[in-house]
Design a protein around this ligand. Sequence first.
Ligand code: IPM
Ligand code: MG
Length: 363
Amino acid sequence: MNSYDIAVIPGDGVGKEISAEAVKILNAVATKYGFKQKTETFEWGCDYYLKHGKMMPDDMLETLKGVDAIFLGCVGDANKVPDHISLILILSIRKGFDQYVNLRPIKLYPGVETPIKSARPETVDMVVVRENTEGEYSATGGFFKMGTPDAVATQTAIFTQKGCERVMRYAFDLARKRKKLGGSPKGMVTNCTKSNALNYSMVFWDKVYHQVAQDYPDIKTDMALVDALTMWLVKNPDYFDVIVASNLFGDIITDLGAMLQGGMGFAAGGNINPEGDYPSMFEPIHGSAPKYAGKGIVNPVATIESIRMMMDHLGETQASRDIERALSQVLKEGKVKTRDMGGRHSTAEMGDAIKDAILLIKK
Ligand code: IPM
Ligand code: MG
């Protein structure tokens, strides 16, 4: 029997309540598909910071190193800790575990409303592959002459051959896989760039993209400047298959992507270390919404979708497929809706509905 150790980091705000739904689904699929899973919860985040002066213990990576996967709720509470400090928790795991792919599927389920007119279940099915360890998020720079009229801040983006190449390879492999599975017959990787203005970093990025593309003659190449890309995503979402983007650009376009898929309550991401040298981490990409904390009203779909991605990553493909089916069924039926969907059901009721649907699906 397969057995998985899963670390759960609820984080701040609504993190606790969505983590409960994550564990609920994990338990359901483990029982149904005959694997064992053991979750251990780590209470790191802003409250930990208020007590200890840091977001997490110094040996966090050591503690997490041995687990099979990590579920991260959501981190940040600007009333307690400035955001540029609280996000150290998430960024330390992404970088420390070399989770160089931030995988963000953008899919609109039937029954889910979106504010974007062009978005329909038939037109929204793409994946953003976001570089997750370097680029604009390399945390390199400095302040000079602070507090004087000559104050200066610099922030240096770092693009390495290895860093660009490996994420692009992942994107091309993914496009190939999607084409083979028939999910997306397009077989195309769009390069999200800005090489017209960023004349070093993005020119280099494009160059690596074209180098890697040579190894994938069966996959179409495509390119869009990031500003234009935001426009195309709204105008013609059906055009896209796989998009590869740098850390910052990927961050920006996936919030737009979340709107295509119905809102932040539906968008999930995987921080993947493809080689499996370290555990990968799965999370809803929404924030921690401290004002809703403890009210039990937020939508757990993004969380459950992140558990689906975790199952997929662990090789529990049947569990993954059935979570997807259950999500699809419940959303299409539309009997259970959380507040963001215009309904009155609670976080737990939505989680229960999806869990029940999973249990009812024939194996
Ligand atoms: C995300 C978030 C994070 C990011 C923040 C919280 C550091 O916006 O996962 O998209 O920018 O990567
Ligand atoms: Mg973001």
